[in-house]
Design a protein around this ligand. Sequence first.
Ligand code: GTP
Ligand code: MG
Length: 210
Amino acid sequence: MDIKEAEFVISQTDYTKCPAPVFPEYAFIGRSNVGKSSLINMLTNRKGLAKTSATPGKTQLINHFFINEQWYLVDLPGYGYARVSKANKSTWDKMIRDYLKFRTNLMYVFVLIDVRLSAQKNDLEFIHWLGENEIPFVLVFTKADKLSAEQVNLSVEKYRKKLSETWEELMPMFVSSAEKKRGREEILEFIEKTKTEFKAPANIKKKNPL
Ligand code: GTP
Ligand code: MG
């Protein structure tokens, strides 16, 4: 799929204020600093579209990007950022979990996992929460350029084994590197294929949100 247009639409904290749910939507989530914003920039081929930073906690809001005037990419704040207060954590929880549970046009959540790390408790908990709530998701292993091909395979295999302890059937998984543009074709192909399953609500008029 060619990305001809990628426009920032809006940032806010409340799913009810998101653009009208008339186009299919794909959201990116994972621990702070895992590479969500970088992956969005890599997929869209636009360096500064989503704000990135070497310091965790850069993305704080629900950020919508409108792609090819047909679908949305959503950059979400990360979880597991040690320096946020308890109050901030529960604000994050409510904002993100409500968005994930109630956003009707959400097709898939991309859960990003740093390929260098073994399975982390908060990632596994989050994945299980998605499962319990029947929210469709896939996994994307990020920063593959930081390991050898062999180490990447080993790490993904370990993750599969870990998930197989609780999941009967495993979700699709992608390996990516924002640095080397790895995984771009596969992820865009997945989006292209699945977005055809979207059924626009009959009672909301389609309009260009920009
Ligand atoms: P928050 O918004 O803070 O939750 O972080 P994020 O998940 O959006 O991460 P972001 O894209 O801002 O990237 C965090 C850091 O990781 C930056 O310094 C990026 O340059 C780096 N990074 C992201 N993806 C890759 C990758 O594929 N390879 C390498 N080597 N570095 C990466
Ligand atoms: Mg970010």
